[in-house]
Design a protein around this ligand. Structure first.
Ligand SMILES: *Cc1c(COP(=O)(O)O)cnc(C)c1O
Length: 385
């Protein structure tokens, strides 16, 4: 059976060139990068080459990159490392209502341990209003963290505008760019951020590796304690095969970004327009224009998202209900609720995210079968008369 993977926002397949570099390192380069002998020096060379490649993808300096175990750790490290370092200045954090769980839950945790957190609302398209950020800032504010490209609905936030405000009030500014890096240009200077999170497995690298960008001069403290690796900011023997794979993925992403972006936007728009043309009572979630090139997110009235997902899976099409991390949860996605989607309609939501593996024919096939599946589920549904 034809297999179509439309869940690239959950994870991506490892690029063949990434795999070959990782394999080479696993086979031939087992040294510890901290060792002084030739085995260690070779490993260190690979480590620093990967650091340069990741830095160059986001226009950072290599020494501003800290390797981590992934996007989740990068977000935890960014938030905790900044608030601990600035504890004496205040205890207030500003974030948005549509963050990834690794930011949302970290902020909620801090909210129960002596910090005060403002969760900014978003409009119907999922946008934060920079004016709301300005109004929320107070003397005690020690961190602003706002997601760049939303992993569920694809909305891209006005990070540049928020960063100007953060600078004006001298508040450290972090963005979770895990879903946007590799898809749209991410330049830490143009965005004006102090900290930025990225992850390997969302850009055709391996799972379990990511990075945190920390701008030179940013007040920051480690949250794990141990050896001096990663300039003492993230101790532990480095995951060299993973880091090398991530570095290669970053290099490829940088090289192919412009062309792949146009190609994916074409597939995404064909999918969005096709679904809107062929399926009645469907709502596109997220911003119509300020949107990740790979993201389509729909709510189908009178349909249960999980049933739709399972039907499509039987037909060889892999999609997601919302974010991968929240699947299996009964509650509606906090992102959909924040943009004002009715909880019942939110239950009928599907996210389809295109990527390297997809072609025009894949979208044709989806558009061929999806309208029939939706219609059938609606006929069976007790929700619709
Ligand atoms: C996937 C994702 C994360 C988590 O990254 P992991 O490497 O899977 O821990 C964080 N934020 C966003 C926006 C994501 O899409």
């Amino acid at each position: 059976m034809r297999k179509i993977y439309l869940d690239h926002a959950a994870t991506t397949p490892v690029h063949p060139q990434v795999f070959s570099e990782m394999r080479l390192v696993l086979e031939e380069c087992f040294g510890n990068p901290s060792s002084l002998h030739s085995f260690g020096r070779k490993a260190k060379e690979y480590l620093e080459q990967a650091r340069k490649r990741v830095a160059s993808l986001i226009n950072a300096l290599p020494e501003e990159i800290i390797f981590t175990s992934g996007g989740t750790e990068s977000n935890n490290l960014a938030i905790l490392g900044t608030v601990y370092a600035n504890r004496r200045k205040g205890n207030h954090i500003i974030t948005s209502a549509i963050e990834h769980h690794s930011v949302l839950h970290t902020c909620k945790f801090l909210g129960t341990s002596g910090f005060e957190v403002t969760f900014l609302p978003v409009d119907g398209n999922g946008l934060v209003d920079p004016d709301d950020v300005r109004k929320a800032i107070k003397r005690e504010t020690i961190l602003i963290t706002i997601i760049h490209g939303n992993n569920e609905i694809g909305t891209i936030q006005p990070i540049e505008e928020v960063s100007l405000i953060a600078k004006e009030y001298e508040v450290p500014f972090h963005t979770d760019a895990v879903a946007s890096v590799g898809h749209v240009p991410v330049d830490v200077d143009k965005l004006g951020v102090d900290l930025l999170s990225l992850s390997g497995h969302k850009i055709y690298g391996p799972k379990g590796v990511g990075a945190l960008y920390v701008r030179r001069g940013t007040n920051f403290t480690p949250i794990f304690h141990g050896g001096g690796q990663e300039r003492g900011l993230r101790p532990g023997t480095e995951n060299l095969p993973g880091i090398v794979g991530f570095g290669k993925a970053a290099e490829i992403a940088r090289r192919e970004l412009a062309s792949e972006r146009v190609r994916l936007e074409g597939l995404r728009d064909k999918l969005i327009q096709g679904v809107q043309r062929l399926v009645p009572d469907v709502k596109l979630n997220g911003h119509p224009v300020r949107r990740l090139p790979n993201n389509a997110n729909f709510s189908f009235a009178g349909v249960e998202g999980e049933s739709l997902l399972l039907r499509l899976d039987l037909l060889g099409i892999a999609v997601s209900k919302g974010s991968a991390c929240s699947s299996g949860e009964l509650a509606s996605s906090h992102v959909l609720l924040a943009i004002g989607v009715d909880p019942e309609l939110a239950q009928g939501t599907l996210r389809m995210t295109v990527g390297r593996t997809n072609t025009d024919e894949d979208i044709d096939y989806v558009l061929d079968v999806l309208p029939g599946v939706v219609a059938e589920l609606r006929r069976m549904s007790p929700l619709i008369e």
